[in-house]
Design a protein around this ligand. Sequence first.
Ligand SMILES: NC(=O)c1ccc[n+]([C@@H]2O[C@H](COP(=O)([O-])OP(=O)(O)OC[C@H]3O[C@@H](n4cnc5c(N)ncnc54)[C@H](OP(=O)(O)O)[C@@H]3O)[C@@H](O)[C@H]2O)c1
Length: 263
Amino acid sequence: MDEPLNVIVTGGNRGVGRAVAAEAVRRGHRVTIMARRAAEGRAVAREIGAGLVVGDLSNLRTARAAAGEIAAVAPAVDAIVHNAALWPSRRVLNEDGFEESFFANHLAPFLLNHLLERQLRRVVQVSAGLYVMGRVDPERTPAGDDFSATKTYANTKLANLMMVPLFAERWKEAGVTIDAVHPGVLRTGLGERRGFQGLLLRTVKRTLKSAEAAAEPVADLLTGEGTGRYFNVRKQRPLRPVARDPELARRVWDDAAKAVDVA
Ligand SMILES: NC(=O)c1ccc[n+]([C@@H]2O[C@H](COP(=O)([O-])OP(=O)(O)OC[C@H]3O[C@@H](n4cnc5c(N)ncnc54)[C@H](OP(=O)(O)O)[C@@H]3O)[C@@H](O)[C@H]2O)c1
């Protein structure tokens, strides 16, 4: 059994997050899931033997409050799994004027990493292999001016992934580590929608592995010792050129820092 760690899993109420949280509990860690809806979160937490923080990563106000909740329950966070994310089917702006998935998938983990960095030891960023299809346009992506029901998810996951090497660099001295992992293509609620497209998606998903397939490879990274790495499920892979544009990455970082108001 691994040495017990204080582990936070965002979006731990279902899908990949729930599977990873349950696996971390099985490994003897003290796990807290973050969920948006208290009653559902409580039920899942009880079922898998985890603690709960109620937190919503939809906008600056609620994401800051969520970071406060984490800090209150876990003064030392040995590992946080940034798992919560969404695949939007239409352009929706949050109360700060950001496209909702740009905020939840990219700005929210960016903000949490900054607000919690004094108490963090390790970050596992759940990424997506689809980042290779992404394009980040600093002028248009934040407010979804380039919104596409098929591409925006990839754009936001790319923006998020581009930050991983920069956080690794920032935290080198402090010894905080961060790795990213694509959990596999899995049967979860990701991208669920109504109508014909939804039906098609649900049909395709029937052929996919369940979220539990991600539990071990992602949980293995809780105790990983490297930093700045990207894993395709279990295999470490170099980032594709689209995620390795230093000038764009710096711009995306600076814009994010301004957007969430951190130094
Ligand atoms: N499934 C795949 O094939 C696949 C492939 C590659 C990468 N991934 C990645 O795996 C991770 C988990 O996705 P999943 O497949 O498990 O999807 P899912 O079943 O849709 O679960 C998404 C989770 O994120 C939470 N979430 C979404 N928006 C949030 C917000 N604004 N604030 C707080 N929580 C929020 C959801 O909470 P609610 O229940 O409250 O909505 C839910 O717990 C994501 O990072 C995704 O990009 C998944």
